[in-house]
Design a binder for this molecule. Structure first.
Ligand code: GUN
Length: 752
């Protein structure tokens, strides 16, 4: 019996007939996704690594890949099989799964790469697709034309055009076999965009990003990121994206965060052959090692020296296993990070492990659309800025929409602490999304009155602030109702009324981060974004005792309130009235932020609200004047959960027409328009009313500002409210996906 306990893993079950070729997403973290691709040889979980198998040289047996390593898919080359008479005959007789003795998903490549290496291949466009179909591969590849990074724009354009010209005939020839439609375009942004949008129109199942092997070999990771950001936003989101020839674990976190689903690796075996070890931070030579950079089961009982002394074949096999184990464990880490919502943090950390990765990362986060954050990285980027002006895609604003594509897919608020990682923290896309949401949806609506030309900025301490400051703010509402109170956090300003909203409240880091002197220029920039730039800034340090006395002494000194009025004790009924006002303000501002309604309306809606308060004194439920439960404050992330009565109320305020199609995603463009509508077809109506989830394929239209993890209203074609839930996707995704949960329904509206 083989050491890996052959046969211990059952062969895969074919997917349901009607699901073949469909891709569904079960978890996401921005553009990173955990998915399932349905095939006749099992449901492939993504992100996945497809080891490259050379049918002539099998370093690790494919069966062992399945049994021992749990590998669900591999890739081999149909051109090599086609060229070798014996392999060809066996493949045609028994099928490719039998040929290489592997029960899982088999993808084949077409010979394009051989054409790139050797200049040409003698197989025809239809012939190679027909051959792949005839040997029973799960995912075939058309014969695309490889675009090299050193080609001129004209040369690359002809690769893109020729690939496009071959697309339809390849799709027709593949019949029921899933087909890869590779994206070419060299280093040219517009050509990558063209390739992606045009190839996306054909009925391909997967889109590999092609022509990137030399880019990776030359460590041009910034270009690699640019290629991804030019291509992926233009592809149909319901198709998995494969990074052709990318198998170095160092590139996994960034690639996954930018939307990659599949990788293939010959590196594990090629590198092993010349004694090189793959690690998440680069490549190391076994020749120099006394200890292993990472220990894995296959080498745990051996030292590098012992392995060096092995005979060539045995050593290569062992190091291939080692490389595969290291690669798979980095992939597993990435998958867990997607589940945990920390993939970008992982990219950030990994960026420090290789200068070229750091360069790529800095390029990503110094996108001009980041404004002041971008400026913070200027020193690190000085050299690059000069070079950047000569680069392709360097025109002003060229990458804004690509960066928006990342930011608009972020979920915010989230649970859990936001671990501080220096100034990179500010550029995390979900933090940018959270700040953007606050800047655009929250408006200062403090009543007119004393203080309305000022803003009081609390600083110097981490949260929670309510226990320490609610008393003070209640008094401010009484004495200076026009004074807006804000909190300075390490990731920027936030209104006091939103004090428990993640991530602002949950920055985990050293205390000095909170204690450092307020940076007035940053404060001004943020105030400008809140449309409060004309206000006079008054700062108040939360460190130290007698907060209320210190605060009012300062407000008197600044002429915001009068000494006489402050000296008089507040009557308890007045204090209670101010306390209720503060709670209503908190509710109103959360309604505006999380339900996307205009501040005036949210204030109107919450004018009469009452509250259920929990034992810690925090708001739990928001009730209407007739005691209807509108929404609940979420203690974990500071968010707001909608209830049926709240959904009915919000639905009644809809003024805009009911959507009747899927217009292009535009999350930032519809501020104050309320919760997005999702229109389901008539068949789904009874299920939604019972509170069942909305599945892809049952939605006929939605608003363009639908956003992952945000509440939405589920309606029928007449616009009648059926239920409400939490979206799992954007409108572009909703328009294309055919499988999986689209909206997690919180509750249905029953017919009385
Ligand atoms: N393998 C590595 N790069 C490529 C590519 O661009 N096209 C194809 N078909 N295979 C590849």
């Amino acid at each position: 019996m083989a050491a890996w306990r052959e046969g211990t893993r059952e062969d895969p079950k074919p997917c349901r007939e009607q699901d073949r070729g469909k891709f569904e997403v079960i978890h996401r973290d921005g553009r990173a996704r955990l998915g399932r691709l349905h095939t006749d040889h099992g449901i492939l979980e993504t992100p996945a690594l497809l080891p490259v198998i050379n049918p002539n040289i099998r370093t690790i047996e494919p069966r062992e890949m399945w049994d021992r390593y749990g590998i669900g898919a591999l890739i081999t080359n149909s051109y090599i099989i086609w060229k070798h008479e014996e392999l060809k005959n066996k493949a045609q007789k028994d099928g490719v799964h039998e040929l290489i003795d592997y029960p899982g998903v088999i993808m084949t490549d077409s010979g394009t790469f051989q054409a790139y290496v050797y200049g040409d291949v003698e197989v025809g466009v239809e012939e190679i697709v027909e051959f792949q179909r005839s040997i029973g591969v799960d995912i075939a590849t058309m014969l695309d034309v490889f675009s090299r990074p050193d080609m001129t724009e004209l040369e690359v354009e002809s690769c893109v055009d020729e690939t496009l010209a071959r697309a339809q005939i390849s799709v027709d020839t593949s019949q029921d076999t899933m087909l890869n439609g590779p994206i070419q375009g060299g280093l040219f942004k517009e050509l990558r965009e063209k390739s992606a949008s045009e190839m996306g129109k054909f009925d391909f199942s997967v889109h590999p990003i092609g022509g990137i092997v030399p880019v990776m070999e030359q460590h041009r990771y910034k270009e690699y990121a640019k290629i991804m950001l030019s291509s992926l936003p233009k592809l149909p989101p319901n198709r998995p994206v494969h990074m052709f020839g990318c198998g170095h674990p160092m590139l996994f976190p960034m690639s996954i965060a930018l939307g990659a689903d599949l990788f293939d690796s010959a590196a594990y075996a090629l590198f092993a052959r010349d004694g090189r070890l793959l690690t998440p931070w680069g490549t190391e030579k076994i020749a120099n090692l006394v200890d292993w950079p990472v220990t894995t089961p296959s080498i745990a009982h051996l030292t590098p020296e012992e392995v060096r002394e092995m005979d060539g074949k045995e050593r290569t096999k062992l190091l291939s296993k080692y490389n595969l184990e290291v690669t798979l464990s980095e992939l597993a880490r990435c998958k867990q990070a997607v589940r945990d919502g920390t993939i970008w943090r992982m990219v950030e950390r990994r960026s420090h492990q290789h200068p070229a990765l750091r360069e790529a990362f800095l390029w990503l986060i110094t996108n001009p659309s980041l404004g002041n954050i971008s400026k913070m990285f200027k020193e690190e980027m000085i050299l690059d800025e000069k070079l950047a002006s000569q680069e392709i895609g360097s025109q002003k604003g060229a990458w804004e929409s690509s960066w928006d594509w990342i930011v608009e897919s972020q979920t915010t608020p989230r649970k859990g602490g936001e671990s501080w990682g220096g100034k990179d923290t500010l550029a995390r896309p979900h933090i940018i999304a959270a700040r953007h949401m606050m800047f655009t949806r929250w408006h200062s609506l403090a009543p007119r009155g004393s203080g309305s030309s000022d803003v009081l900025i609390l600083h110097g301490r981490s949260g929670p602030w309510r226990e320490r400051c609610d008393n003070l703010v209640t008094r401010i509402i009484h004495h200076a109702p026009g004074l807006e109170v804000m909190i300075l956090t390490p990731i920027g300003l936030m209104p006091y009324s939103l004090e428990d909203v993640n991530p602002f409240t949950h920055i985990v880091g050293p205390e000095w981060m909170w204690r450092s002197r307020p940076d007035l220029s940053m404060i001004r920039e943020d105030l400008e974004k809140f449309s409060m730039s004309e206000r006079r800034i008054i700062t108040l340090d939360l460190q130290g005792d007698s907060l209320v006395d210190r605060a009012f002494a300062k407000l008197v000194e600044m002429g915001v309130v009068e000494q006489g009025s402050v000296e008089k004790p507040i009557e308890s009924k007045d204090f209670e009235a101010s306390e209720l006002q503060l709670r209503r303000r908190k509710a109103a501002d959360k309604f505006a932020l999380f339900f996307n309604i205009q501040s005036e309306l949210s204030h109107e809606m919450t004018k009469q609200t009452e509250f259920v308060i929990n034992r810690q004194g925090r708001i739990k439920n928001v009730l209407s004047s007739s005691e209807k439960h509108l929404a609940s404050f979420r203690l974990g992330d500071g968010g707001l959960s909608l209830n049926n009565d709240g959904a009915i109320e919000l639905h009644s305020h809809r003024r805009r027409e009911i959507p009747n199609n899927f217009s292009e995603t535009d999350i930032f463009g519809y501020c104050g328009e309320g919760l997005a509508f999702v229109v389901v077809d008539d068949d789904a109506e009874p299920f939604i009313r019972q509170g069942r989830n909305v599945f892809h394929g049952f939605v006929t239209a939605c608003d363009p500002w639908l956003r992952p993890n945000e509440a939405c209203l589920i309606v029928n074609g007449k616009g009648e409210l059926l239920g409400h839930g939490v979206s799992q996707c954007t409108s572009d995704e909703l328009a294309t996906f055919q499988k999986g949960v689209a909206i997690k329904t919180r509750d249905g509206i029953k017919i009385e």
